[in-house]
Design a protein around this ligand. Structure first.
Ligand SMILES: CC(C)(COP(=O)(O)OP(=O)(O)OC[C@H]1O[C@@H](n2cnc3c(N)ncnc32)[C@H](O)[C@@H]1OP(=O)(O)O)[C@@H](O)C(=O)NCCC(=O)NCCS
Length: 189
């Protein structure tokens, strides 16, 4: 069955919640948080988060927020003094997950490129994210590097305070985050 990429809407929340519980860990995102993410993704009539569907089933998500509509990720650590642009001009890549059977087929790249294009239209100068260093096969670091993200800082135990079941550690999560930045203005005059 064909896959399609849709902007993230309020009606998608139950199916996205089922997917994130299965793929990221039970209760990593609560339903109310996802409803809030829909709002935080919207600016000037556009949406910067996307859902990958196969029929009614979610097979991937790219959650991202424009500048001024986020303040921190799941953990608190940010090294904004090392970025090329100010926090107020920087968008946030919250999460990218693709279901196992659909990984390495270019969907993560497509979802992320759509989000980057929308964020640029919304006026963001750069995008920051926290990459999951221990993701299987280092897929998170590799996928972000291949999009053009560069490393800013490493944060051990970044998700320790988040009350959820990490697929790798259980609870608490002891994984490491790599803060990474993508300069949307690089190469422009
Ligand atoms: C990371 C993830 C979202 C990437 O999505 P994807 O659809 O599999 O990635 P794509 O097919 O678009 O690949 C884009 C590039 O990422 C890199 N990459 C992705 N997965 C990789 C892997 N397992 N090993 C090595 N490189 C990988 C490659 O450079 C790839 O380009 P290429 O295929 O032309 O070589 C997906 O693998 C995933 O959900 N992983 C587990 C969860 C995770 O780590 N999420 C990120 C949390 S911050």
């Amino acid at each position: 069955m064909m896959l399609s990429i849709q902007p993230f809407r309020r009606d998608d929340v139950p199916a996205v919640k089922k997917f994130t519980d299965e793929e990221i860990g039970t209760n990593y995102y609560r339903s109310e948080e996802l409803v809030d993410f829909v709002k935080k993704s919207q600016k000037n009539g556009e949406t910067s988060s996307f859902v990958l569907y196969q029929g009614d089933d979610v097979k991937g998500v790219r959650l991202s927020f424009p500048q001024g509509q986020w303040s921190q990720g799941k953990g608190g650590a940010l090294m904004a003094d090392r970025w090329p642009h100010a926090l107020s001009e920087t968008a946030y890549f919250q999460s990218l997950f693709i279901a196992k059977d659909f990984q390495r087929q270019g969907w993560g790249r497509q979802l992320s490129n759509q989000a980057l294009a929308v964020l640029k239209k919304m006026g963001a100068k750069g995008v920051v994210c926290h990459s999951w260093v221990e993701s299987p096969g280092e897929s998170s670091l590799k996928a972000l590097r291949s999009l053009g993200f560069v490393s800013i800082a490493r944060h051990p135990f970044y998700w320790r305070e988040v009350d959820y079941q990490c697929p790798r550690c259980g609870s608490p999560c002891l994984c490491t985050a790599e803060e990474m930045y993508y300069d949307l203005k690089e190469g422009e005059q």
